[in-house]
Design a protein around this ligand. Structure first.
Ligand SMILES: Cc1cc2nc3c(=O)[nH]c(=O)nc-3n(C[C@H](O)[C@H](O)[C@H](O)COP(=O)(O)OP(=O)(O)OC[C@H]3O[C@@H](n4cnc5c(N)ncnc54)[C@H](O)[C@@H]3O)c2cc1C
Length: 419
């Protein structure tokens, strides 16, 4: 199945971020020859100032990384999420049971029999994930051209041609756009996006907690927007909340003692003693959905296909599910001797992912509106919904399995099976 001599690779992947690098490993595991290109060398992605985020990874997505051999690199840094407490409140602190009427609790032990004792998910710092992916890509001798920026893609019968900023030209039967929201490959394919800017920024920082977190993640829906406290290893936590963009910029620029005072004022003593470790990061929040996931000899995945609000920690998970579906479709097609860049093959991928992506993105958008709203009627309605889900054990189990990515027609890698 090796790339034919006339091509530089079986699949050229523009973007060696977390989605693109995972795709390269998945394709390689199935015998295909991928090639990654990125304007940033891996070393840049690994710098402590590059990405301060941590991601909640659904257990099915973590299973994919395990199947691709990343467990020894990731497990020491992966914090199990045993419980998620969701509270609709006017101020943090209401997560203590009994204090809030609208309290939703997800517990891993309730679905343990169905998911083989897996937690609700794992919290991983992006810098750890990026390091693990970079090491695995290097160990498997997957070619990485970096720094190299894709600037154009042209398609002709039987091949796609990628032009790089330095003038080099590469060819393959298929090009994958995994270069995030500003995807050049998507633009070159003439695929439009729909979406909007929320006018908010996600403010992110890592703190060390005086009190242990016991693997509990908290999500608060405050009038100003959602606020999450996500457990990390070594009794640290990743804090994520939304602010108006100008306020987010001011917080990022604030001196450490001013930022710490803001945290204490805003969140009261609920967090206990905390120490901010590392820099404060802000990320502009917007919705951006590609109108199609493929075009002739082109496929899109990750944020290039769908950039969503981080409200339920699903952005990267969606991208990792795309990876599992696309890798399976391509590897199976190659084994059957099909042309992996053909319309019939790419349509299989798009069909597999369309429904999940559209329902989840629309759901997230409705959620942002619903939970960033202080209208008393809306508060009442969402409170009633949360209370109902909390009382109905089957509904709660469904939400937990859905969040874990364990429902529906799962690709083999998400089930923990090799390609
Ligand atoms: C505050 C916040 C919190 C989040 N929390 C979670 C969470 O808990 N769980 C979760 O699942 N998701 C979360 N997300 C979403 C998640 O971070 C993104 O979905 C994920 O990082 C997208 O990965 P990607 O590889 O698709 O794209 P990117 O990370 O954008 O990577 C794109 C890569 O392409 C490269 N590139 C750019 N242009 C070119 C070009 N022309 N040619 C070649 N390469 C190019 C870039 O250098 C980069 O390396 C969060 C997001 C935010 C903002």
């Amino acid at each position: 199945m090796a790339a034919m001599a006339k091509f530089d690779a079986d699949v050229i992947i523009a973007g060696a971020g977390m989605a693109g690098a995972t795709l390269a490993l998945a394709l390689e595991s199935g015998g295909l020859k991928p090639l990654l290109i990125d304007p940033l060398p891996f070393e840049t992605q690994l710098e402590p100032t590059f990405d301060g985020r941590s991601c909640a990874i659904a257990f099915s997505c973590f299973r994919q990384w395990r199947t691709l051999g990343l467990a020894p690199l990731l497990e020491p840094h992966a914090q199990r999420i045993e419980q998620i407490l969701v509270t609709d409140g006017r101020a943090p602190g209401a997560a203590t049971p009994g204090q809030s009427a609208f309290f939703l609790r997800f517990d891993a032990s309730e679905i343990a029999d169905r998911v083989g004792g897996e937690p609700l998910g794992y919290m991983l710092e992006n810098r750890r994930t990026r390091t693990a992916l970079a090491e695995a890509v290097t160990a498997r001798n997957i070619p990485v051209l970096a720094p190299a920026r894709a600037t154009a893609v042209e398609v002709e019968p039987g091949l796609a041609r990628v032009t790089l900023a330095d003038g080099r030209v590469l060819t393959a039967p298929l090009v994958v756009g995994a270069e995030g929201r500003g995807s050049i490959v998507r633009r070159a394919a003439g695929i439009d996006t729909v979406g909007w800017d929320y006018g908010q920024s996600g403010v992110v920082c890592t703190v060390r907690l005086e009190r242990g977190h016991q693997g509990v993640a908290h999500e608060y829906f405050l009038p100003g927007g959602p606020f999450a406290i996500l457990p990390l290893t070594e009794d640290r936590a990743s804090l994520v909340w939304t602010e108006k963009r100008s306020r987010g910029d001011a917080l990022k620029a604030a001196r450490p003692e001013v930022f710490q005072a803001h945290l204490e004022r805003r969140f009261g003593d609920f967090l206990g003693g905390i120490e901010v470790v590392g820099p404060v990061f802000t990320y502009p929040l917007s919705l951006s959905l590609a109108e199609a996931f493929h075009a002739p000899r082109i496929a899109l995945l990750g944020d290039a296909a769908h950039g969503v609000h981080p409200i339920a920690g699903q952005g990267l998970n969606l991208g990792l599910k795309d990876v599992a579906a696309l890798a399976e479709v391509l590897v199976d097609a190659a084994r059957l001797g099909e042309d992996i860049g053909s319309e019939a093959v790419l349509e299989r991928y798009a069909r597999w992912r369309r429904f999940d992506t559209m329902t989840l993105s629309a759901g997230m958008d409705a959620f942002v509106w619903l939970f960033s709203n202080d209208n008393p009627l809306i508060r009442l309605a969402r409170g009633a919904g949360m209370a109902a889900v909390n009382r109905l054990a089957p509904a709660r189990r469904f939400f937990m399995q859905e969040a874990g990515g364990a429902v529906g027609d799962l690709p083999r890698l998400l089930k923990g099976e090799a390609l």
